[in-house]
Design a protein around this ligand. Structure first.
Ligand SMILES: *[C@@H]1O[C@H](CO)[C@@H](O)[C@H](O)[C@H]1NC(C)=O
Ligand SMILES: *[C@@H]1O[C@H](CO)[C@@H](O)[C@H](O)[C@H]1NC(C)=O
Ligand SMILES: *[C@@H]1O[C@H](CO)[C@@H](O)[C@H](O)[C@H]1NC(C)=O
Ligand SMILES: *[C@@H]1O[C@H](CO)[C@@H](O)[C@H](O)[C@H]1NC(C)=O
Ligand SMILES: *[C@@H]1O[C@H](CO)[C@@H](O)[C@H](O)[C@H]1NC(C)=O
Ligand SMILES: *[C@@H]1O[C@H](CO)[C@@H](O)[C@H](O)[C@H]1NC(C)=O
Ligand SMILES: *[C@@H]1O[C@H](CO)[C@@H](O)[C@H](O)[C@H]1NC(C)=O
Length: 510
């Protein structure tokens, strides 16, 4: 560690010091790690003496030695030939007669896990956490790594601190690791049967602005934003700089993300821009810095916000959920290529001892995310990973017929549809257009009224009552599950036929 810091300083100041003869790997290369498997090529880099030659060799099932590269500004970097999934390997970097070796290295898929507290939420805290920790011994090929929490004004080439070195999963090593990241990883292992590397880089209570580069923020007019922010770690780009930028050269398979709660109170109406812009920018940055090894459209999975109880200052979960999909309602969508989403609004945990904003059921979230990964990241054709979404809505006599894009399971007793009335004269709701009504929740009378489900009318459709509306002509929009906590645990009105995937929330103009 000391050697790394010493040479990291050399790299930072691009000058030589008394550690010039040391040869080390960058901070996040370690024993027991997972490097990205074929067809991609893993990138390996580190520090060495200026001008010297470094080469990297693998010994294991598929040995190879890279051509030598010259240490420049204290840094060497090689791109391995593609390596099939498996191992174990020893990875040796050699400079003159110095050799440093990483042992028990596997090749597999590397996933980055980012976000705020619900991503950081520790495995021991989940429901049946003891059972989960007892499972770790069965997954020696899923390896974990955790970045330390640091923020910086400048883009960093390496981590300031490693919170948890690459580790085999044990009760002790996984206990404090992200539950969502871990469970997602072991589900992907069950599915792929090859090594999975999990890189946790998250920080509770953080904004998307902190995780976004100035480039990405500029696209949404947020680069000069000075809204009040809780904590120095929430300043623009500081976590991008210290906790994402250092990883750019490492070849990744994809990323999963659980964040947005903090943006329900800060720059909420920009999240439909800032979130997709961050994804785009991460993708182009990882692609470029890895020399094209990390895919330009690498799979990006995310969790649509779960729930929070009234009484919390946070009230904008419905809007953030919508903005998480770039205002389309689902993912992937035309704005968010190669993404996948786990709906979590039906997993409230009102009694969570860690605050109701932190539901303990991370198993269901990870499972739903794993379905998306199988379909989007691994191209499995028959995996249903999207809940039902409206394909068409027609107005009837005192009702609306909503037809979904798939067979639905409907609980007719549960009502969470609402309709937006454009009242006549329009000024009664302080608005002349649908959009204006939406942004003025304090309109009197409230423009949104309940639209209870009357019946499931076919395998794919249901009918909701518009009786609260004076005439069908006055109907402007219909929305579904549009509140912080729309339904009880796994008890929303509409699910996929199998009952496992909830229909995501929507707001649709008629
Ligand atoms: C290598 O780094 C260590 C730790 O910083 C230092 O003690 C040692 O002198 C360095 N070796 C050389 C040859 O510079
Ligand atoms: C390593 O190389 C240096 C210079 O090339 C030489 O002086 C030294 O004796 C070598 N050390 C060993 C252990 O071979
Ligand atoms: C916890 O484990 C019990 C017994 O296996 C099971 O019935 C229950 O559904 C689990 N709870 C959750 C939230 O997974
Ligand atoms: C977990 O493993 C420990 C140690 O092997 C054992 O004592 C305990 O009963 C197990 N707990 C569960 C819930 O399986
Ligand atoms: C984002 O949402 C806000 C508020 O609803 C809206 O005014 C804006 O047009 C949307 N922007 C994009 C890019 O969709
Ligand atoms: C999405 O990615 C796929 C695969 O790379 C590509 O063929 C397609 O053009 C992309 N679509 C958009 C809208 O960027
Ligand atoms: C509409 O429904 C009401 C009550 O169900 C019924 O009395 C009326 O005849 C219907 N009107 C039309 C045009 O079908």
């Amino acid at each position: 560690m000391i050697a790394i810091r010493c040479c990291a300083l050399v790299a930072l100041f691009a000058s030589l010091s008394n550690c010039e003869e040391n040869l080390t790997f960058a901070s996040y290369y370690g024993h027991h790690m997972v490097l990205q498997k074929s067809p991609d090529r893993a990138v390996v880099w580190g520090y060495g003496a200026e001008g010297e030659q470094v080469k990297v060799s693998l010994s294991g099932p598929g040995p190879q030695t890279t051509p030598p590269v010259t240490v420049t500004q204290g840094i060497w970097k090689v791109t391995l030939d593609p390596v099939e999934a498996g191992g174990p390997y020893s990875v040796m970097a050699t400079m003159n007669n110095l050799t440093v070796t990483l042992t028990d290295v596997l090749f597999g898929d590397v996933w980055l896990c980012g976000g705020q507290s619900n991503m950081c939420f520790e495995t021991y805290k989940v429901f049946n956490g003891t059972d989960e920790l007892n499972l770790t011994a069965q997954y020696p090929n899923v390896r974990i790594f955790m970045a330390g929490r640091h923020e910086n004004e400048q883009e960093m080439n390496d981590l300031a601190e490693v919170e948890q070195e690459w580790s085999l999963p044990t009760r002790a090593s996984v206990k404090g690791f992200s539950a969502l990241c871990w469970i997602f990883g072991r589900l992907m292992y069950d599915n792929r049967k090859h090594p999975i590397g999990l890189v946790q880089s998250c920080w509770g209570g953080t904004l998307v602005e902190a995780w976004s580069s100035p480039r990405a923020l500029r696209q949404c007019g947020l680069d000069h934003d000075i809204s009040p922010r809780p904590g120095s770690q929430n300043r623009n780009s500081v976590l991008w700089n210290a906790m994402i930028h250092p990883f750019l050269q490492m070849t990744l398979k994809g990323a999963i993300w659980y964040q947005g709660e903090s943006n329900a109170v800060i720059n909420m109406n920009k999240y439909n821009c800032s979130f997709p812009a961050m994804i785009d920018d991460w993708r182009s940055s990882f692609h470029e810095a890895s020399g094209g090894q990390t895919a330009l459209d690498f799979p990006f999975g995310f969790v649509q916000l779960a729930t929070v109880l009234p009484g919390n200052i946070i009230t904008g979960f419905a809007d953030i959920r919508w903005h998480q999909t770039a205002d389309t309602g689902f993912a992937p969508n035309p704005r968010m290529n190669s993404t996948f989403m786990a709906v979590a609004m039906d997993l409230p945990d009102d009694l969570s001892p860690y605050h109701n904003i932190h539901p303990r059921d991370k198993h269901t979230v990870a499972y739903r995310l794993s379905l998306g990964a199988r379909a989007v990241a691994y191209g499995e054709k028959d995996v249903v990973f999207l809940g039902p979404y409206p394909a068409g809505i027609t107005a009837g006599n005192g009702s609306l017929e909503i037809t979904y894009d798939q067979v639905v399971a409907v609980a007719t007793s549960a009502a969470d549809f609402e309709q937006l009335l454009i009242l006549d004269p329009p000024q009664v709701c302080c608005a002349t257009a649908t959009a204006d009504c939406r942004t003025r929740p304090l309109c009197v009378p409230a423009p949104w009224v309940p639209a209870p489900i009357l019946a499931q009318t076919s395998a794919t459709s249901l009918r909701v009552s518009t009786a609260a509306c004076p005439s069908a002509l006055g109907l402007a929009a219909v929305r579904y599950a549009w509140r912080n906590r729309p339904c009880d645990y796994k008890a929303c009105p509409v699910y996929s036929a199998s009952g496992s995937l909830p229909a995501p929330p929507f707001t649709i103009d008629l």
